[in-house]
Write a protein that binds this ligand. Structure first.
Ligand SMILES: Nc1ncnc2c1ncn2[C@@H]1O[C@H](COP(=O)(O)OP(=O)(O)O)[C@@H](O)[C@H]1O
Ligand SMILES: [Mg+2]
Length: 669
């Protein structure tokens, strides 16, 4: 026997064995048939002396022909006169004798080696013995080949897994990831199609990725739990293997894929199990269709797919926890945003007067409704602050608060500002523009100075409020909007309605909830509060550290009538913080108008000042302390006026020069 070296292919080796058998048994033809595990049919693997085409087409059932019977019996069979034997299957017309011996591995018949002759009585027992020993050798060779092939395919599978693991690490999103997994899998020999379905929120399985599936097929690939093989794997979690789908009744072919009748395809479906230990539920199904490759191959495929399912589940878990983390972060940002809004003093409606406390309560009540509000009050009284407060206390707080000042924009532009326009609606409309209504969608629209809106636009506004749709200029399309409207004015709309300068119907619409904000002069107890508030705000803004203001200054501010309300007070405080040269804001840091007003105020400031100062001293110390303070101020002012000339100052004060000297010494001036 020639030594068998590695350059030989398995078929070369089998071919060599056939030639040896023919030579030893003095036969004319010979073949090795192997049982295809897919259908248990003998197919010719190598042959000699036979028409190759015919040989390739020859398929025998176990038990069919002499070869089939040898396979069935597991023993060699001799036919020496084919004409007498009905079992004989003739491949060549001149053959009359046949000797067949089964190839057995681990007591399992895997094929048959047979020789034929054109002579009658060509084979005897001795030939049969020789053939049996060669058949054994061939069987072992086949088994080795199978093991090597198996090993090779396992190595390929390992490579495939490595590639998939890499894809899972890199993939940024699911569709890309599933697509790539399928592409890698397609390197597996014989893969025809593949699909990953995942359950959606309604527990309906939908295609998340596919290989060799058309768009339509993917659209059709929707399964309810329990429906078909995929649906049942999803419900019972068991791996499903169908050796031949053409013979399966279970196989739905929902995707309506046409398959050649000659193809023998197997189907594998495996559950993708959630990695969340708490649920451990099934989240999807991985399925593939591939050329049948025998039981062993099926085992390998299942092993490979099981690992892939695990990898996918792991990835999904990581994805979803990342999403959860993102949502948590979003939640955090949301609450931080809320905190910021709360801290942004522009959004806080301050006040401790009873009127403001009532107003705050009212704001709290109306905030969570979508009711239209009308805020009235003098300029600077806080109408916009109140409107913002309503918005930020409402469920719309995260959506935009959009304001428009109807008095500040020319009448002919307001319409476009409010409702938007289409490109080309008028000269200059070079692009589409979303109006304030659309900008405020789902949020709040603040219509400031509504009393200044022209009658024509009042009619249009009323229509939008009633119909909840806007039509941009130059467009005939109505767009639905969900906007909460808050209007504000310092005018008396009721009076205007009576005089027909404001539409009565619009007035009633807006006036559903009326929030009147009292003038600052009518809630004087809020003044000190705002003084402290603005002092803090402007110290910070201008980098100053002025802790307080003098009694006189505070007195002056409290006595003033504030026609410009809080805005005026705010401006006044800012100016004071900027101009103040000392540690305390004093009356000289305040505008003339305020001082003049304070002088006219009814309660004498000196008396108030003294009364206030009295509070600063313990009983028994009051007289000397206050008199000393007054003396101090008096002498200091007199000296300043006299340019530090003591003689002149004492004359001015009407006291003796020595007395003045004495006092200066005592007071340390
Ligand atoms: N209740 C209030 N709490 C805090 N700040 C206020 C309050 N009322 C008014 N302001 C401040 O006064 C200024 C004027 O308020 P604003 O709402 O614009 O008045 P209006 O819209 O009535 O003219 C703003 O700078 C605002 O910050
Ligand atoms: Mg305003």
């Amino acid at each position: 026997m020639k030594t068998v070296n590695t350059a030989l292919t398995p078929d070369d080796l089998l071919q060599y064995l056939i030639d040896r058998v023919i030579a030893v048994t003095d036969a004319l033809t010979g073949s090795i048939m192997i049982i295809n595990p897919a259908d248990n049919i003998l197919e010719i693997r190598v042959s000699r002396g036979l028409n190759q085409k015919k040989a390739a087409a020859t398929r025998l059932k176990i038990g069919e022909g002499i070869t089939g019977r040898a396979a069935q019996a597991g023993k060699p069979l001799i036919v020496n006169d084919a004409g007498q034997n009905p079992d004989y299957v003739r491949i060549r017309t001149d053959l009359v004798s046949e000797l067949a011996a089964p190839m057995i591995v681990n007591s399992q018949v895997i094929g048959v080696i047979s020789v034929d002759s054109n002579r009658k009585n060509a084979f005897n027992e001795e030939h049969a013995d020789i053939l049996m020993s060669i058949a054994d050798f061939a069987a072992q060779t086949m088994e080795k080949i199978r093991l090597i092939e198996n090993l090779r395919s396992r190595i390929d599978d390992q490579k495939c897994l490595l590639d998939i693991a890499r894809i899972l690490d890199d993939a940024a999103d699911f569709p890309v990831m599933f697509e790539s997994i399928m592409t890698v899998l397609s390197r597996h020999p014989g893969l025809r199609r593949g699909m990953i379905v995942l359950a959606d929120e309604q527990n309906v399985l939908r295609t998340a990725g596919g290989y060799r599936l058309s768009e339509q097929a993917i659209k059709r690939g929707v399964y309810r739990p329990g429906e078909g093989i995929i649906g049942s794997v999803f419900t019972d979690g068991k791996i499903k293997f169908i050796p031949d789908i053409s013979r399966s009744r279970e196989f739905l072919n929902k995707m309506k894929i046409r398959r050649s009748p000659r193809e023998k395809n197997s189907f594998f479906a495996l559950p993708i199990k959630s990695q969340k230990s708490s649920t451990g539920g099934i989240i999807g199904v991985l399925s593939i269709e591939k050329k049948f490759g025998g039981e062993n191959d099926a085992q390998n495929v299942i092993e490979l797919l099981t690992i892939i399912c695990g990898l996918i589940a792991n990835r999904i878990y990581i994805f979803s926890s990342a999403r959860k983390e993102k949502e948590e972060l979003l939640d955090q940002t949301r609450s931080l945003k809320q905190e910021l809004i709360k801290k942004d003093t522009g959004n806080i409606f301050f006040g401790k007067s009873s009127q403001i406390i009532k107003l705050q309560e009212m704001i709290g009540i109306v905030a969570d409704t979508d009711a239209t509000c009308l805020i009235t009050g003098e300029t600077g009284s806080g109408k916009e602050v109140a409107a913002r407060q309503i918005h930020y206390k409402s469920g719309r707080w995260e959506k935009p608060f959009v304001g428009i000042n109807c008095a500040a924009i020319p009448e002919n532009l307001i319409e476009a500002e409010l409702f938007g326009f289409k490109k080309g609606a008028f000269t200059g409309a070079v692009n589409d523009r979303r109006g304030k209504f659309l900008q405020a969608d789902e949020g709040t629209l603040f219509l400031d100075e509504i009393g200044d809106l022209g009658l024509h636009l009042q009619a249009k506004l009323l229509r939008v409020i009633q119909e909840k749709t806007v039509e941009p200029l130059g467009s005939d399309e109505s767009i639905r909007v969900n906007v909460r409207i808050i209007a504000a004015t310092n005018k008396n709309l009721k009076e205007m309605a009576e005089k027909k300068t404001f539409r009565e119907d619009l007035f009633y619409r807006l006036n559903v909830i009326h929030l009147p904000i009292p003038a600052l002069r009518d809630r004087k107890e809020d003044i000190p509060l705002f003084i402290r508030h603005f002092l803090a705000v402007f110290n910070k803004r201008h980098n100053r550290k002025i802790p307080n203001l003098t009694l006189q200054a505070e007195q002056a501010l409290c006595g003033y009538s504030w026609p410009g309300n809080i805005r005026e007070l705010e401006n006044c405080m800012e100016r004071a913080v900027i101009v103040c040269r000392k540690n305390t804001i004093d009356i000289q840091d305040l505008p003339e108008s305020i001082l003049a007003g304070a002088m006219k105020a009814d309660s004498g400031p000196l008396k108030l000042q003294v009364l206030n100062e009295m509070k600063n001293h313990a009983s028994g110390n009051i007289y000397n302390n206050i008199i000393t303070k007054v003396e101090n101020i008096l002498l200091e002012e007199a000296l300043i006026n006299a340019d530090q000339n003591q003689k002149e100052a004492s004359k001015y004060l009407g006291i003796h020069r020595n007395t003045l000297r004495q006092k200066i010494k005592e007071l340390g001036l």
